[in-house]
Design a protein around this ligand. Structure first.
Ligand code: AP5
Length: 214
């Protein structure tokens, strides 16, 4: 069985976790598990759980733990986490990281922390557009689609995430400061943390990350 590293991406909203996670996942040939993506698919349903998830996400708040834990258990099992993975959006607070430790046992992790300032975050999130069909991410300034606001691949109109609107962005930043930032120290103490400047270009950030993947 070929093993790949077990990777976690930390960083504030819009720091580029999803962008780098995709690259790492292709490079390491290991599954990209994004709780944000999984939840966005789940809210397309009309049942009670879907409505509940939507309520929290649209406000920029954390979705309740019992929903997240059941998602993460299922996905880590499905993708055979023993071989390696890239976790993007989980864990999001110390409690979640303790649950992850229980699921995985005592294993080595590589935790990349993308450091980005508030001005950059706001610029990145307010300019982001997404394709509902294939999930491709664009940015109206940094990575615009070729035609209008349409996906290069699917040719359908791109949309702006509800939580990329101003009020939700503010909440997400607050939640990050209170809930997720303490994870930086948590993983630093364990000796797993690699912090890098997330303000650089996607390529430059990935070339730093790659050095730790060999
Ligand atoms: P989630 O989808 O995980 O949102 P997030 O953490 O706020 O992160 P984003 O997806 O907004 O940004 P990112 O860091 O991935 O950056 P990206 O690469 O897209 O979660 C959404 C919600 O789900 C949460 O608010 C919560 O409600 C819920 N949730 C999820 N996980 C949960 C959990 N574990 N527990 C409870 N609730 C949970 O890049 C952003 C933009 O910038 C893009 O347009 C991109 O093209 C551009 N960009 C990226 N890198 C660069 C670069 N280097 N230079 C220029 N532009 C760049």
């Amino acid at each position: 069985m070929k093993l790949s590293p077990k990777i976690i991406l930390l960083g504030p909203p819009g720091s580029g976790k999803g962008t780098q996670a995709k690259r790492i996942s292709e490079f390491c040939k290991s599954p990209h598990i994004s709780t944000g993506e999984i939840l966005r698919k789940a809210v397309s349903g009309t049942d009670k759980t879907a409505r509940r998830i939507k309520f929290y996400m649209n406000k920029g708040k954390l979705v309740p733990d019992e929903i997240i834990f059941s998602i993460i258990r299922k996905h880590l099992k499905k993708t055979d986490a023993k071989k390696g993975f890239v976790l993007d959006g989980f864990p999001r607070n110390v409690q979640q990281s303790e649950v992850l430790k229980k699921i995985l046992g005592d294993v080595d992790l590589i935790v990349f922390n993308l450091k980005v300032g508030t001005d950059t975050i706001i610029r990145r999130l307010s300019g982001r557009r997404v394709c509902k069909v294939c999930g491709s991410n664009y940015h109206m300034e940094f990575q615009p689609p070729k035609f209008d606001e349409k996906c290069d691949r699917c040719k359908l109109k791109l949309y702006q995430r509800d939580d990329d609107k101003q009020v939700a962005i503010k909440n997400r930043l607050k939640v990050y400061e209170m809930e997720s930032k303490p994870l930086v120290r948590y993983y630093q103490k364990k000796g797993f943390l690699i912090s890098t400047n997330g303000e650089r270009s996607e390529e430059k950030i990935f070339s730093t990350i790659k050095k730790y993947l060999k």
